[in-house]
Design a protein around this ligand. Sequence first.
Ligand code: GLC
Length: 471
Amino acid sequence: MKVLFVSAEVTPFSKAGGLADVAGSLPPALTPYVSSMQIITPLYSQIDLKQFGIIAAGVTGTIKLGDEILPYSLFKLENPLNDVQVWFIESDQFFGRMGIYTKPDGEGFEDNNLRYFFFQLVILDLLQQKHFNIDILHCNDHHSGLLPILVKAFDLTIRTIYTIHNFLYHGHFSKAELELLPKPIRNQLSPTQWGNFSALLEGLDHADFLTTVSPGYAHELIAGVDLDENSHKHIRAAQTKLTGIVNGIDTEYWNPEADSYTPFHFSINALEGKQQNKLELLKQSHLDDDLEAPLLGSISRLVENKGFPLIIELLDEFVAAGAKFIFLGSGDPLIADQLRQASQRHPGRIAFDDGFNEPLAHLIEAGSDIFLMPSRFEPCGLNQLYSLRYGTIPIVHKTGGLGDTVTNYQAGQGTGFVFQPYQLDPLREAIQRTLTVFQMKQEWSELMQRAMDQDFSWNRSALEYYRIYKT
Ligand code: GLC
């Protein structure tokens, strides 16, 4: 069983969101089960060839996109990582610029559709040239949504599996852009109700198997929660081939006992290091350094659906109640402004770091008491899993993967605080409950231990993917 895993971002080479973490950690977890596992991804110009030992693979070719003939070349790891070879597609025109999907100012690149058309056509070309001899192509999100139909249209005997990480991003493209794709697929694609096309829906329609990243999210998709009518129609038609498999995490990279980014290490039986990390985090973030007050952390893209409208509304009253907050993330400039203003209103009590900062992300997981993740919807979510592992108690909205991975606290049970529906009062009440339990020292340390005792390694989920591969 030979598998090629396709992803637009892969940790540690490139990361815009959770997809990268899954692409970096699921394939290695599958190596015990398959005979060969390889990954293919773009070579973005910010990927440092020297740092990762990436070398030219001696393979080049051209792709026809409309009237243009565009060159590509292939790079690879000099030494495969955990038995997984990673291939990188180089194209000066499409990937030789800073940024994965967006410019430094946060605007998406105008030619994103063409960039990922090109990406997929290179993969098709490599498959046709028999550069890869594989049985299964594992596609992820809309950047590889056209591959299932391309593979079929060109009569390749390869099975496809398509994983939906987030139904919000369709990769919509226009009728004019459609004309750039190979002829055999052009009249096989289905227009949406707006007359354009969706790479996500094509993946859904044409893949042999579909997965999404939690059973809860699979149920929501099937029920049509938050979906437009046309998308729901496609989901219903594909429902029998859809399975929800909760994401695992890289338990070496996110390990409180050996985290290379945190100054102090701790474990379920020796929690002192967590307090020392808290002190370090408070100092680094210019927050008042009393350890008694609860510290709530947040690491998130700054977008509406991550719950910011509710959080921002509640900041003043919980600061007045004695809590401290630290936010890390970038995105919507409006949300960034509101967080910046809140931090200026409450110096020493609210800190905001606008950007992406891996060491700080680890220190927030390690040094906060509580993790705020009230997403309106969340296909899986990874930060709540990192939080549980670091004894940082998550507050989550009962949706998608959040509802599947965090159980609500009740005396002596549960691993976090879960609220619903997605409204201000239920969130306010959840934070109040959390802060009350936080004052009960013994209860709180038992709650931390239960959280840290959870197993979210890939072991179980990798086996579920393997079963699908086998089928
Ligand atoms: C997307 C989803 C997130 C999920 C991640 C990895 O970023 O929004 O919920 O955890 O993909 O599957």
